[in-house]
Design a protein around this ligand. Structure first.
Ligand code: PGA
Length: 250
């Protein structure tokens, strides 16, 4: 049985004051035992989040350096440094980074490996653009994004990772994939993993992301292959995020 995970991606949002307020409200949420919860604040606020969240909300980073360890990589933060700050997870391959930072599948794969080498759980984000969906290439696109990581990291690495399906056209747009559209891709992704290892596929948590809100979460999370959500905008409001977490509860 896969435990649902609800993850909040704060992106480049928040001031010190706003982050403190949000952390205070999240720390006050009563969480169900049956759901794992994580938040991904901006790098500057990671330690503050680790210190402020004692109620079983894990903290993750939004990105890590391509190589682990220390050294001459100006401006980067290594997975080991993130672990040292108290992070347990890290997003890799978010579509905003694939687009804005031109991160290729190969770069994403290296970050995935670097994260695991440092003891972090990578949350691998995949998703098709609107054009790719309209061309009927949604499943082909996400399959290639996942296979690129399997080629480098190996299938067993997915025993200690999370996958997030985030259709690019649904991120921050208010357009959500229907639960049927999402389930179809989630099932296909689990099938891709199952071609390599049935047991890894059975255990792998696949999150849906893209305009998840309190009022659409239950229907999405009720799908057989959807094991929770990666929530952007709605995770900045503690009440809304709390309602999404409750929707994932059993
Ligand atoms: P959104 O973002 O919920 O604001 O659409 C999701 C994400 O990018 O992780």
């Amino acid at each position: 049985m896969r435990r649902p995970l609800v993850a909040g991606n704060w992106k480049m949002n928040g001031s010190r004051q706003e982050v403190s307020d949000l952390l205070g409200r999240l720390a006050g949420l009563e969480l169900q035992q049956s759901v794992d919860v994580a938040v991904f604040p901006g790098t500057l606020y990671l330690e503050r989040a680790v210190a402020g969240l004692k109620n079983n909300i894990a903290v993750g980073a939004q990105d890590c350096a391509i190589r682990d360890g220390h050294g001459a990589m100006t401006g980067e933060t290594s997975a080991t440094q993130l672990r040292d700050a108290g992070c347990v997870m890290v997003l890799v391959g978010h579509s905003e980074r694939r687009e804005l930072q031109a991160e290729s599948d190969e770069v994403v794969a290296e970050k995935f490996v670097a994260a695991q080498a440092a003891g972090l759980i990578p949350v691998l984000c995949v998703g098709e653009t609107l054009q790719q969906r309209e061309q009927g290439r949604a499943i082909e696109t996400v399959t290639e994004q996942v296979e690129a990581v399997i080629r480098v990291a190996g299938i067993d690495a997915f025993a200690n990772a999370v996958l997030a399906y985030e259709p690019v056209w649904a991120i921050g747009t208010g357009l959500t994939a229907t639960s049927e559209q999402a389930q179809q891709v989630h099932e296909a992704l689990r099938g891709v993993i199952a071609c390599h290892s049935a047991s890894v596929a059975r255990e792998l948590r696949i999150l849906y992301g893209g305009s998840v809100k309190a009022d659409n979460a239950s229907e999405l999370f009720a799908q057989k292959d959807i094991d929770g959500g990666l929530v952007g905008g709605a995770s900045l409001d503690a009440d809304e995020f709390g309602a999404i977490i409750r929707a994932a509860g059993i």
